[in-house]
Design a binder for this molecule. Structure first.
Ligand SMILES: Nc1ncnc2c1ncn2[C@@H]1O[C@H](COP(=O)(O)OP(=O)(O)O)[C@@H](O)[C@H]1O
Ligand SMILES: [Mg+2]
Length: 221
C-alpha cells in the first residue's frame, strides 16, 4: 500500500505548486483511474507515488511504514522495486522486443529458462508473441506502448502506475490489453491508470476514480 500524505510538489525553478495537499491511498488488488485535464498534475502525481519524484512537502508512506524519503537509502531501493511507472512515451532499449521484456528479469538474476517462460507468458497475454524477434526500432508508437506494458507486467510489481496507457493503442488491441490488465488485478496487484479520456476504461471497471484539477484532488468516487 502506498499513501500520499499532505503531498505538495513544485518543479525545480517552477513558480506554481503542481500538486497541492494531495492525500491518496493506492492498494494491491485495486484499480484506480486518475482523471483530469491536461496539465492537471496526473503524471507528476504518479511519479511521486512511484517514488521517482520526492515531494516538496508531505510524505509518501509504503506499507504503513514511515515516510520512505526520510528513511532513504536501502528502503528507497527496496520499495522502488515494488512499484513501476510506465510512461506514455516509453524509452526502449536497443535490441528486440524479447530483449526489452527480458531486461528487468535478467537484472534480477532469474535463470534463462525462467526468463523465457515469463517473457512468453506475458507476451501471449498481451497478444505480442509474434513480435518478440522484431527490432524495437521498427515498432509503431502503439506497439511500443504495449511492449513497455509487457516489460512492467513481467516483473509483477505490487502496484503499477500506467500513464495514458491506451493513447496510441489501436481499437483491436485495446481489448487484449484491458483483459491482461484485469488479469493482473485478479492476481492481487494494484493498478493506477492516468487518463485525460475515459475511452475504453469502462471495461476495466475501476474500484475508484480520482479526479484531479489544477493539482488538487477534487473528487474521489
Ligand atoms: N519537468 C517539468 N518542469 C517544470 N514543469 C513541469 C514539468 N513537468 C510538468 N510540468 C508542469 O506541471 C504541471 C502538471 O503537469 P503533468 O503532471 O504532466 O500533468 P498531466 O499529466 O495531468 O498532463 C503542468 O503545468 C506542467 O507544465
Ligand atoms: Mg500526463
Amino acid at each position: 500500500m502506498i499513501k500520499l500524505v499532505n503531498v505538495w510538489f513544485k518543479y525545480v525553478g517552477g513558480r506554481e505548486w503542481v500538486l497541492k495537499d494531495v492525500n491518496l491511498e493506492f492498494r494491491r488488488g485495486e484499480v484506480v483511474v486518475l482523471r483530469g485535464p491536461n496539465a492537471s498534475g496526473k503524471t507528476t502525481l504518479m511519479k511521486v507515488a512511484s517514488l521517482i519524484y520526492k515531494p516538496s512537502k508531505g510524505s509518501v508512506v509504503v506499507n504503513d511504514d514511515m515516510d520512505v524519503w526520510s528513511r532513504g537509502g536501502d528502503y528507497l531501493v527496496k520499495y522502488r522495486r515494488m512499484v513501476t511507472y510506465v510512461s506514455e512515451k516509453p524509452v526502449m532499449f536497443k535490441g528486440t522486443v524479447y530483449d526489452n521484456i527480458a531486461y528487468g528479469l535478467t537484472l534480477r538474476n532469474y535463470s534463462l529458462s525462467e526468463v523465457e517462460r515469463r517473457v512468453y507468458e506475458v507476451s501471449r497475454k498481451l497478444g505480442i508473441e509474434h513480435m518478440l524477434d522484431k527490432d524495437v526500432k521498427v515498432l509503431s508508437a502503439g506497439e511500443k506502448q504495449v511492449v513497455s506494458l509487457a516489460r512492467a507486467l513481467v516483473l509483477t510489481p505490487a502496484i503499477m502506475f500506467l500513464d495514458e496507457p491506451l493513447t496510441n493503442v489501436d481499437e483491436d488491441r485495446r481489448k487484449t490489453v484491458i483483459n491482461a490488465l484485469k488479469e493482473f488485478k485478479s492476481l492481487g496487484s494494484g493498478l493506477v491508470i492516468a487518463t485525460h479520456l475515459y475511452e475504453g476504461l469502462d471495461e476495466i471497471n475501476p474500484d475508484k476514480v480520482v479526479i484531479l484539477k489544477n493539482g488538487v484532488v477534487v473528487k474521489i468516487t
